[in-house]
Design a binder for this molecule. Structure first.
Ligand code: MSP
Length: 513
């Protein structure tokens, strides 16, 4: 079985600075990437920016900048955000890079040679904001303006010469793909939407534009630029050096294990992308997961609605790891999630400060007073010790399954249960009353330290910075983290020095905020 794992975020439009929705997609992917790494996989995690098309050209014009100059500036803020979010990405691709342009033109040539592309004329609706074509029945009129029903973005009528991709030809092959690979589209509820859309009949897709120039040129006809979605989707293979099929990256990591995207761009990833690939005789990705939206109030957060929560403001005020934890826990993955500062503050106080922080602080403070800040010599574990320690062994396969099925919430719920159980264990065992039975006191401390170690490893993909601080008390570094070791009840070496722990999370005074 291959031990490689390839995971991607969508590549973001650098039309304006990043917001919480973008941060969310990236944090989710980072969670899975870090988990797979500690599970023992060689991971390739890709993110980047999607820089061509009319949307970007117009945004640049509005800012009185040349498109590339504009993209350079905003793409940089996305790149910086990936650092601020502590993403473990292996690459950051920009679609204006030469390596990408070459790949896209190559894919185009393959499709053209195979007779999958033909020249004709497009007339229909187009949304520049979504960079998407819409059918008449997908349009409605709101306050005199024609908009796409699905996104609410305004559409304009378009009539121009265009190359078409024979999408209609791939309808049955796509339906086969969805049937044979039942988890190709997740969550299941979204799969049904896609399947019924495909069943209702696919029309050939316009894949070039003639009326503007900001894009990758059609190799055989420089009057046209390649449709921005055909360009953008190709990033997933151009970053692996497609078309060089002998390239190590391409050989090891394609097909991707999962593309994580927002539900609004599912059609592009679950229909167009596998159709392009099948037509070019390239294997489609293994899975596409369409997550929900981060809502502010009841609406999707977006620049045009002016309801943006800036991830940088939140991080500056509360710290990165609390935000990562909050987004992963609070949003039911796959569904929309409403976030607010109040809920974030409650989450920091209850889950992080009172629960995880408290466990780590109490146990290490107890060690300082009673075991000379060392891992104590333990006695035989009793039934209660074994019951709580072995909880991880009996759930080990489940925890891997939760991540393999993108069930973030169940994964976090398991950790939360264990945190409550570990705090309760320490309370109930009352080691402070066992000073006359030093063997038992030491064993309780040993078990508690093991519980902290196990829980911290499970929390690492969610809160890498904080958990590394905690693991440091045991002298452990990032490269020492191995998920398999959560089933080991005697990992900690007796007499090993425990380093002091700083306060992990400051409690927020909610009334004075
Ligand atoms: N450039 C395309 C993607 C091309 S991938 C080959 C694009 N870019 S985007 O910047 O508009 O959106 C990128 C991702 O952010 C999408 O997955 C989108 O769903 C997600 N989000 C944008 N706003 C969002 C929220 N308010 N909430 C959660 N995610 C949302 O689409």
């Amino acid at each position: 079985m291959s031990k490689n794992y390839y995971i991607t975020t969508p590549i973001y439009y650098p039309s304006a600075k990043p917001h919480m929705g973008h941060a969310y997609s990236s944090i989710v992917v980072d969670f899975f990437a870090r988990f797979k790494k500690i599970e023992g996989y060689k991971v390739f995690f890709l993110t980047g920016t999607d820089e061509h098309g009319l949307k970007i050209q117009r945004a640049a014009e509005k800012n009185k900048k040349k498109p590339l100059e504009f993209c350079d500036q905003i793409s940089k803020t996305f790149k910086e955000l990936s650092k601020t979010l502590n993403l473990s990405n292996n690459d950051f691709i920009r679609t204006t890079e030469k390596r990408h342009q070459k790949s896209v033109q190559n894919l185009w040539n393959v499709l053209e040679k195979k007779g999958e592309i033909y020249l004709s004329k497009y007339s229909g609706w187009y949304s520049v904001s979504d960079e998407a074509f819409y059918l008449d029945n997908e349009i409605e009129t709101v306050e005199g303006i024609k908009v796409a029903k699905s996104s609410g973005s305004s559409v304009e009528w378009l009539e121009e010469e265009s190359y078409f991709f024979k999408l209609s030809k791939w309808q049955n092959k796509l339906l086969d793909l969805y049937e044979k690979n039942s988890n190709f589209i997740l969550p299941k509820s979204r799969k049904n939407e896609v399947v019924s859309f495909v069943k209702s009949g696919l029309k050939d897709l316009s894949v070039s534009r003639k009326s503007f120039s900001w894009g990758i040129k059609v190799p055989s006809n420089n009057d046209h630029v390649i449709y921005v979605w055909l360009d953008a989707l190709t990033n997933y293979i151009s970053a692996l050096n497609y078309p060089n099929e002998n390239d190590e990256l391409y050989k090891n990591f394609w097909p991707a294990d999962i593309h994580i995207i927002g539900k609004d761009i599912l059609r592009f990833h679950a229909i167009y992308w596998p159709a392009f690939l099948l037509a070019a005789n390239i294997e489609p990705p293994k899975r596409v997961y369409g997550h929900g939206w981060i809502l502010s109030g009841e609406e999707k957060m977006s620049k045009s609605k002016g309801n943006i929560l800036d991830p940088l403001d939140i991080i500056q005020k509360y710290g990165l790891d609390p935000l990562r934890y909050y987004l992963l826990k609070e949003v039911s993955f796959g569904n929309d999630g409403n976030i607010s500062k109040e809920k974030l503050e409650n989450c920091i106080n209850s889950d992080l400060a009172n629960n995880y922080g408290n466990l780590c602080q109490r146990v290490t403070a107890f060690c300082e007073k009673n075991t000379d800040l060392k891992v104590p010599q333990k006695d035989k574990f009793n039934d209660e010790d074994l019951k709580i320690l072995n909880k991880y062994n009996s759930n080990f396969e489940n925890l891997i399954k939760y991540t393999d099925t993108q069930n973030i919430n169940q994964y976090i719920n398991f950790i939360l249960d264990q945190l409550f159980a570990a705090n309760k264990y320490f309370n109930d065992q009352e080691p402070w009353k066992k000073k006359s039975d030093i063997k038992r006191l030491n064993t309780i401390v040993y078990v508690s330290l093991e519980l902290i170690r196990k829980i911290t490893i499970m929390l690492y993909p969610i809160m890498p910075n904080t958990t590394l601080k905690v693991l440091k008390i045991f002298g452990m570094k990032e490269s020492d983290i191995d998920f398999n070791s959560i089933t080991n009840n005697e990992y900690l070496l007796v007499d090993k020095k425990i380093n002091k722990l700083e306060i992990l999370f400051k409690k927020i005074d909610i009334n004075n905020d």
